[in-house]
Ligand binder design. Structure first.
Ligand code: PMP
Length: 428
C-alpha cells in the first residue's frame, strides 16, 4: 500500500478536505467527476475573515488501518443494530411531521445515563443535545460569544475550537499548556484576568494530548471568572471522558455549585456512534435555556433522536469496549516509551508521541504501509488512536519499519535488572 501526500493534513491555504491528500492507490471518499464551475470563491461575496480559510480536513482515506480520528474501532453489535433499525423504521412513519423540538425523552435518557456513569443527578432540562458535540459547542459560542467578546483556551488543544470562535465572530485567545501538557493554574488565572473572556473551553481529556484536568484546576478557573464583571461560562469538553483512568474525576461533580459550568460529552467515541452525530451537554437549566435560544428549530432529526434513544437502552453493552481500549491505550504508552519516544500521559482513546525529527515523513511512511494516523499537536509529535489489537500490531510494525528499527526488548522487571547489574560487577 503506497500513498503520496501533496499537502499537510491541515491548514494549507487552498487545499480542500478530501483534495488535501491524493494517494496514488488510496481512494478518497468523495472523488468528484462533475465538471468544475467556472465561478471561484474569489467571485463570491465571502466574509473577508473567511478568505483563505480551508474546511476541517482530517483525511478520509480507504486504507487498511485507520487510526486518525479517535473513533471506536468496534462496530455496534448486530442485535443493537437491529434495534436501532427498528427504531428508525418507527420514526420514519412520522417523518411527515417535524420532530420533537425539545427532545425531552432523549434528554431524560441522557440524564439517566450520566447518573449511571458518573453519579450525576440531573433533570432532563439540564441536558442539551445536538448533531455532535461540535454543534453543542457552536451553540455555546453562539449564545455566549459574539462580536467584541473573547473565547479562551489553552494550546495545544482541539483544532475546532478556533473555528467555533471564528464562525461566531468571537475573538479567539489561547494560553499555553506546560511542556507535559498539564495546565498551570496561575497561568490560567492570569489569562482570564488579562483577556476577560465570556467563554472558556477546557478539554479534559484534552485532544490531541490526552491530558485530563484535575477538578481543582477547573475550580480555579471558575473562581477566577467569577471575579470578572460580566462573568463567563466554562465548558469542560469531556468528549473522551469515559476513557479516563481510574481515579480521574469528571467535572460533572462540580455542576451543582456552578450554574455557569457545562460539561460536554459525545456518543461518537465510547458509544461507537460517530456516524450518528449525537453530542450532549449537562449544565444548569438557565445555561441550557440560552442554547435553546440560538439552536435552529428542529435541529435534531427524529431519526437521530430514535437512533440515540435505541442506543442508550444498551449503553452498558456499547460501553463494554471501553475497558479493553483503555488497557490497550496503556499498553501502547508503555510500548512507545520502550521504543524511546516521548509519550504524553493519556486518559483518552489515543496517544500523542513525540521526539520525531521529521514527523511528516513518519506520518507519510506509515500511510505508505497502510496505517493512517494524525499529524497534529506540536511539531515533532504524532497522534495515534487506539484500534483493535491487530490494528495496533500493524501500527507498531509499520512504525518500526519506517524508522528502520528493530523492536526494543521490553524492559526487564526491577529485580532482574538488579541481578544483571550485580552479575556485571562480578565479571569486571
Ligand atoms: N471535542 C473534542 C475534544 C474532540 O476531539 C471531538 C472530536 N474529535 C469533539 C469534541 C467533537 O466530537 P463530535 O462532534 O463527534 O461529538
Amino acid at each position: 500500500m503506497r500513498g503520496k501526500v501533496t499537502g499537510r493534513s491541515q491548514g494549507v491555504p487552498g487545499v480542500w478536505d478530501d483534495g488535501a491528500v491524493t494517494p496514488t492507490t488510496a481512494r478518497t471518499t468523495a472523488q468528484t467527476t462533475a465538471p468544475r464551475s467556472a465561478t471561484t470563491l474569489a467571485d463570491l461575496p465571502l466574509r473577508d475573515d473567511l478568505r483563505g480559510e480551508v474546511p476541517y480536513g482530517a483525511p478520509q482515506l480507504h486504507v487498511p488501518v485507520v487510526l486518525n480520528v479517535n473513533e471506536n474501532p468496534y462496530p455496534v453489535a448486530p442485535e443493537i443494530v437491529a434495534e436501532i433499525a427498528s427504531a428508525v423504521a418507527q420514526a420514519a412513519v412520522g417523518l411527515n411531521r417535524y420532530p420533537d423540538r425539545e427532545f425531552f425523552d432523549l434528554r431524560a435518557d441522557l440524564a439517566a445515563f450520566l447518573r449511571t456513569e458518573s453519579g450525576a443527578e440531573l433533570a432532563p432540562r439540564q441536558v442539551w443535545a445536538a448533531n455532535g458535540s461540535n454543534e453543542v459547542m457552536l451553540h455555546v459560542l453562539q449564545a455566549f460569544g459574539g462580536p467584541g467578546r473573547r473565547a479562551l483556551s489553552f494550546a495545544p488543544t482541539y483544532s475546532m475550537y478556533p473555528e467555533y470562535a471564528r464562525d461566531t465572530l468571537t475573538t479567539w485567545v489561547t494560553g499555553q499548556r506546560r511542556d507535559d501538557f498539564t495546565l498551570d493554574v496561575e497561568h490560567a488565572r492570569a489569562m482570564v484576568r488579562e483577556h476577560r473572556p465570556t467563554v472558556v473551553l477546557l478539554a479534559s481529556p484534552n485532544n490531541p494530548t490526552g491530558t485530563a484536568l484535575p477538578p481543582a484546576t477547573v475550580e480555579a478557573v471558575l473562581d477566577e471568572v467569577a471575579q470578572l464583571p460580566h462573568g463567563a461560562v466554562v465548558v469542560v469538553d469531556e468528549a473522551y471522558g469515559e476513557f479516563r483512568r481510574a481515579g480521574t474525576q469528571s467535572a460533572l461533580d462540580l455542576l451543582p455549585d456552578h450554574p455557569n459550568l457545562a460539561v460536554s460529552r459525545t456518543m461518537s467515541k465510547a458509544f461507537s456512534l460517530a456516524g450518528a452525530r449525537v453530542g450532549y451537554l449537562a449544565a444548569s437549566e438557565a445555561f441550557v435555556d440560552a442554547l435553546r435560544v440560538v439552536r435552529l428549530p428542529y435541529h435534531l432529526s427524529a431519526v437521530t433522536q430514535a437512533v440515540a434513544r435505541a442506543a442508550l437502552k444498551h449503553s452498558a453493552t456499547l460501553l463494554s469496549t471501553v475497558a479493553e481500549l483503555r488497557g490497550r491505550r496503556d499498553a501502547t504508552v508503555v510500548w512507545l516509551r520502550q521504543q524511546g519516544f516521548a509519550v504524553a500521559e493519556s486518559d483518552a482513546n489515543f496517544v500523542l508521541f513525540g521526539g520525531l525529527e521529521d514527523r511528516h515523513a513518519v506520518w507519510q511512511g506509515l500511510l505508505d504501509r497502510g496505517v493512517l494516523i494524525r499529524e497534529t499537536g506540536p511539531d515533532g509529535w504524532l497522534r495515534v488512536s487506539i484500534g483493535t489489537e491487530p490494528e495496533m500490531a500493524a501500527f507498531r510494525a509499520a512504525l518500526l519499519d519506517v524508522l528502520g528499527r528493530q523492536e526494543a526488548p521490553p524492559e526487564a522487571p526491577p529485580e532482574a535488572r538488579q541481578e544483571a547489574r550485580q552479575g556485571a560487577v562480578a565479571e569486571q
